[in-house]
Each structure stands twice: as C-alpha cells, then as structure tokens.
Ligand binder design. Structure first.
Ligand code: MN
Ligand code: MN
Length: 313
C-alpha cells in the first residue's frame, strides 16, 4: 500500500506533521508518483502580499481532508505514491534569484517520473516550473484557471512577475498556444484590449461572465477532447473564485467562479495527462475564516483525484 495520510481517527486532526494531508515527508523523489512542494513566496505580487504564508496555511487546512473522494469514487492514495518534500528555499530578497532557485529545484525533481504538486506562493513561481517541465516533456498543454490572464509584457519594467508569466511561457515556447485554456478571466483592464493579443497567439479564453450560473462540466469535457493525450500542466490561481468564496488572495476580482463550479471543472478534466499542477495566490492574512486555504487544499485533493493512474470505484 502506498503512503497514506494519517487518519483523523488515529491522531487528532489538529495534531501531527505539517505536511499536505499529513502525508509522510520525503527527502528524495525516489519512488514518488506525486511530490508536494511549497514555494513560500510573495515578492512577485503587484497588489496585496502575503502568499509567502500560503503553503503553511494550505497544509494546515488540508489536515481535515479524508483520503477517499466519495462523490467521484476516486482513491488517489491507494493508487499513487505521494509524499511532501517541504518548501523550496527561495531568496526572499530577490525574485530573479528565487526563480532560478525554483527552476534548479524542479530540474532535479524532473529527473524522476513524478507529478510535482506545488503550493504557492504567488503566480510568478509557475514560470520556472514550466521551464523545468518543458525540458522533460516538451511544450505542454496548459489549463490555467485564474481571474487574470497574466500575459502582461512587463510591470514596472520587470519581465518576470506574477502578471507576466504566460507571455514569457509563450515567448519561450514552453506551452502549445493552441492548447492553452484560460478560464475565469475577468476584472478591469489596463487597456480595453488586454486579452486580444494572447487570443491571437492561439490562447483559448473563457471569461467568467460567460460562465455565470452555468455548470462547467461541458467546458471541462471540451478541453479534454481538444488536448487529448498531450502532456498537460494545470495551474490554479485561487483568485479565479469569487472573493465571496476565496477572499484570502492578493488580487481579488468580483464576479468570479463558485466553489461548486471549480469542483465541476476539475472533475470534468479527468482523462488529461497531467504532468504537474500548482495552487497559487492563497494569502492567509486576508483569509479571515480560513476558507480560502481550506478551499485551496480541497481543490488540490480534487486534482489528485483526476491524476493519471488514479483508480475510481
Ligand atoms: Mn495568476
Ligand atoms: Mn489571478
């Protein structure tokens, strides 16, 4: 039997190790199918900070999650070997240096056939992860759930920030533009044409208002059909959710997705060849109820439930 989370019936949920779902810690990626990593970073943010505390809080809230997905029948921990490899030791005084540290850390991981499951941290961390992922898998398909397209050219002259990630990924050939699906976009623009250019590259954008009051199952199924078996990276910005569901984030935008829509979308993405995923932009200081980190942890569990190789009842 692969590693199991510590059961809440064996050790009270508020006790025990500070790992994702209280899984064992691991120093080596050897033998792992899924490696959890925290990237406690917020120096790529442009508005509120605080995501440096995201991994700690997601891990804390994840202690409540039980190992079986009753609604979908998925048994991720019976199917795959998982462990928490702790936090990447970034340089909190330098974003440029931190991105290099992250890329080097994932380069070492990518020597192994595992799925990195990253807890952020601000969204700038996805760029070095994609650089590393593309070295192993080539340009990947991308499912990007976010209020923001993160395709700015620069911010204050900086080309690597949480708002420029997917333009850099496009320019560097890390992603297949026609297989990029951005979902949940909304908010006000720096210009009225903020989304137009990336659509010209081939990016598929679904804005939040197109999804208001709609089930997201069909959208998810269409994405699976379009991507097929191409290696896919899933990047999940918690600000895709409406601030009513996820207030604890750095750049909240009204009119977002609901938690049930998020679950529908992820469940419908079953069948994708996911080679890595991240959950970013959880900022605990603005998370007065803890619901944002709780939701982030549960959405990570939903993603675990659709990974290739996970048995479903
Ligand atoms: Mn983002
Ligand atoms: Mn965002």
């Amino acid at each position: 039997m692969p590693n199991q989370p510590i059961s809440g019936n064996d050790l009270a949920r508020f006790a025990g190790p500070q790992t994702f779902m209280r899984l064992p810690e691991a120093d080596s990626p050897e033998g792992l199918d899924v490696a959890f990593l925290g990237i406690p970073m917020d120096i790529g943010t442009s508005w509120r900070s605080g995501t440096r505390f995201g991994p700690k809080q997601i891990r804390a809230e994840s202690a409540m999650i039980r190992p079986y997905n009753i609604q979908t029948g998925a048994a991720p921990f019976d199917s795959l070997q998982m462990a928490d490899m702790g936090d990447v030791s970034i340089n909190t005084f330098s974003l440029a240096d931190s991105l290099k540290i992250i890329e080097a850390a994932y380069d070492r991981l990518m020597e192994y056939p595992l799925v990195p499951a990253t807890m952020g941290g601000d969204h700038s961390l996805t760029l070095p992860i994609l650089r590393s992922i593309a070295k192993r898998h080539g340009p990947v398909a991308l499912v990007h759930v976010d209020a923001h397209a993160d395709v700015n050219d620069e911010m204050f002259g900086e080309r690597e920030t949480h708002g420029t990630v997917f333009r850099r990924a496009y320019e560097e050939g890390l992603i297949v533009p026609e297989l990029v699906f951005q979902i949940g976009l909304r908010g006000t623009g720096y210009t009225a044409e903020d989304f137009t250019e990336a659509q010209g590259w081939g990016f598929n954008m679904t804005q939040a208002h197109e999804l208001w009051h709609q089930p997201l199952t069909g959208l998810g199924q269409d994405i699976v059909k379009a991507i097929g078996d191409h290696p896919t990276y899933l990047t999940y910005d918690i600000d895709s959710l409406d601030p009513a569901y996820a207030p604890g984030t750095g750049t909240p935008e009204i009119g977002g997705l609901t938690t049930p829509q998020a679950m529908q979308l992820i469940r419908a993405l079953r069948g994708l060849s996911i080679v890595g995923f991240d959950m970013v932009e959880v900022s605990p200081m603005y998370d007065t109820s803890g619901n944002t980190a709780l939701t982030a942890a549960n959405l990570m569990f939903e993603i675990l439930s659709i990974l290739p190789g996970v048995r479903v009842r």
